[in-house]
Design a protein. Sequence first.
Length: 300
Amino acid sequence: MRAPAGSRYDEQGRNGHGGRFGWIGELSAVGGLVLLAVMVVGIAGIVLAELLDAAPTDPDSDAFFEDPVVDLVIQLLGIAIAIPIVLGGARVLGRRPAGTVSSVVGRLRWGWLGRCAAVGFPLMVLQIGLLIAWTWNDEPIGESGSGFPGWPVFLLSLAVILALVPFQAAAEEYVFRGWLVQVIGRVARTPWPAVAVASLLFALAHGFGELSGFLLLLYSALWWGWLVIRTGGLEAVIVMHVANNLLAFGLAAGFGELASTETAADAPWQAMIAELVFAPLYCLTVARIADRRGIERVSP
């Protein structure tokens, strides 16, 4: 059963089922299943690497496979697997259509997603391009890698990135900007406690690196959380997350840095400064376009 007409995105779990404390059971069960699934994929990767004698030669390595392309597949699948879990959790435990995690209309709005992509991808290219130019003298891109790996390896890496990164990026949005916000939204009067908690957990989930990286993740997550409530769905933030990760992984593949263990949590202070400008620029622009096009902010 769906939430009443006029419900915000964070209120989609308020369908009258589950009782006063049902959200705790959904939070515990789905959160536990997501963590378990990530562990299972990781263990499967370790076992497979040992069976194929393809494990890293460095005993201190955090990778599953010596081959960074194969290792990337395991890492991306380990995150992407969260999508069916949170959708299933909403359907079985939340007793509502799984599509309500996507948007207030009960599905992904592909046309709206495409319009967001037309704004988000050029902005992300500009942001990353400016950041590379700004930090080039401090740490030229590719300096820590082995250089261009050759066309066969690069094209294979690119195929893996294009095939799996959209699911990995979308999975993080479905978990942190979607399902988690809606579960907390079953008891919170406003969306902002859920957005704040989910944003903090999103930043922490990327690990501990530089303070600038943590602040960048938290700041971005807060803006993206606002945008989800403002536009009634995940489409706009999925676009920006996919654009960021495609470009980041693509550059890493081109410069032989796929084996790098750095994440957004290791971002330098220059990246934080750039995000101060580009995050609100994208979010406010998309919100204005949503108003002009009459994109649904509440359930019809």
